[in-house]
Design a protein around this ligand. Structure first.
Ligand code: HEM
Length: 416
């Protein structure tokens, strides 16, 4: 059987990965007419897998673990070193429980309301401005919302700088060179800031609500009853704040989608709650953000006739699964109504990972992401009118993470 496994011939495909970005895996799946192929990236053999069945296997913790999967450079920029993303088994479940406990539906609603209020307040200023860049505005709005919600002190004068630092960590994930270093410096600054605040909360010199996320992180105890060291607590709190700011990217893609498909503005005027959700889902399916995820084979097993070997690195294709024609009819068309018939399956729509978030690594912030996006979409459609001047609205499928190049410039903004 083994000789039938598609393998890339030349030595190392790191350059192709950087050149092809989001399409690196799906280009090869098409070429090999397969759900699986072997390649070499960064000097390591990697098995790439795609599709719903692949996601089911990838999220089976009997077969896969995360320790050793995330490159150190990604931990130093995006995740934080030794954070939840790299944990397995009891240690992971225990810590995940704490994340899940601060992301209840009432918390989601609270965040959505705070987001609405922030948009309402900044849009007063927009009416007096020649033009605004939505992506930049969204980062600041979300930085205020995230910090206020989590109980993190944020002075007006530092909002812009902190917001940029949060996004710089995200922006570093697919980068080598200066963009990677920007992300690392942003992480160092942010960890120092939050670590200091965690210490003050523990000492009682900074009083915070006992239900706040910062309080939860500061006093969380692991399965052995130990508190996290202050840096680890900071890293995990940043694992909540940073991705909230990252929703700015999806917000900008939402505005692009509205601009390119104006017919939906009319539908969304009706404030059909269900339709807001279809639209938000389709933005997360259609536009590129997370490209793929890595995990390590825990024990030998066979899937799709391929003998997976303990210790092997495996990539699950997120972008490709969200564009898989076996799952999605006309995957390269933006069609929110496709979600009308969607079965809520945990493995076929995986912009924020697959499986059950409580028992695996799937993003615990999906509900927050959806509610914040819905609140913002409602604002863009029902609370303001604006024009979209000439600008570069393209986005790259090579640069990771992708984003609307112009950041989405709006002018002649009127509040309704
Ligand atoms: C994990 C995407 C927003 C917190 C993940 C994963 C992805 C993802 C792909 C990895 C899943 C895996 O390893 O299997 C996104 C995207 C977001 C977003 C595209 C939109 C901007 C959020 C928000 C929060 C959050 C708003 C928190 C408020 C986390 C945490 C993890 C995670 C803590 C690690 C979970 C674990 O390892 O168990 N996210 N996420 N994310 N996300 Fe998100």
């Amino acid at each position: 059987e083994q000789q039938n496994i598609p393998k890339e011939e030349t030595l190392d495909h790191s350059a192709a990965l950087l050149r092809e970005g989001y399409l690196f895996i799906s280009n090869r799946m098409k070429k090999f007419q397969s759900d699986l192929f072997e390649t070499r990236v960064m000097g390591k053999k990697v098995v790439c897998i795609t599709g719903e069945e692949a996601a089911r296997v990838f999220y089976n913790t009997e077969f896969f673990k995360r320790k050793g999967a995330a490159p150190y450079r990604v931990q130093q920029s995006l995740f934080g070193v030794n954070a939840i993303q790299t944990k397995d088994d009891a240690e992971h479940l225990n810590r995940k429980q704490m994340f899940m406990s601060v992301m209840t539906s009432s918390h989601e609603k609270e965040l959505a309301d705070m987001t609405k209020n922030q948009w309402d307040s900044v849009s007063r200023r927009w009416e007096q401005s020649d033009e605004v860049v939505l992506f930049d505005e969204a980062k600041e709005v979300l930085c205020r919302v995230a910090c206020r919600w989590a109980g993190v002190l944020l002075h007006n004068t530092e909002v812009k700088k902190r917001a940029e630092d949060f996004y710089a960590m995200v922006d570093a994930f697919g980068a080598i060179g200066p963009r990677h270093w920007e992300g690392r410096m942003a992480r160092n600054r942010t960890e120092a800031w939050i670590k200091d605040m965690i210490k003050k909360v523990r000492r009682g010199t900074l009083k915070v609500d006992s239900h706040s996320v910062i309080h939860q992180m500061a006093f969380y105890k692991d399965a052995e009853g130990n508190q996290l060291d202050p840096r680890m607590a900071a890293i995990e709190l940043i694992n909540v704040l940073r991705p909230i700011v990252a929703i700015a990217n999806y917000i900008t893609f939402s505005a692009l989608a509205l601009h390119e498909h104006p017919e939906y503005t009319h539908i969304l005027h009706s404030r059909n709650k269900q339709y807001l959700e279809y639209f938000v889902h389709e933005v997360r399916r259609y536009y590129p953000f997370g490209p793929f995820l890595g995990a390590i084979v825990r024990k030998d097993f066979v899937w799709a006739n391929y003998p997976f070997k303990k210790g092997q690195l495996v990539f699950l294709d997120i972008y490709g699964t969200n564009h898989d024609p076996r799952i999605w009819e006309e995957p390269d068309r933006f069609k929110p109504e496709r979600f009308r018939g969607w079965d809520g399956n945990l493995y076929n729509f995986i912009p924020q990972g697959g499986g059950d978030p409580a028992s695996g690594h799937r993003c615990p912030g999906e509900g927050i992401t959806i509610e914040v996006m819905k609140a913002t979409l409602d604002f863009l459609v029902n609370k303001i009118e604006y024009d979209v001047p000439d600008q570069d609205l393209s986005y790259s499928l090579v640069r990771m993470p992708s984003m609307v190049r112009s950041g989405f410039v709006m002018n002649h903004i009127r509040r309704l």
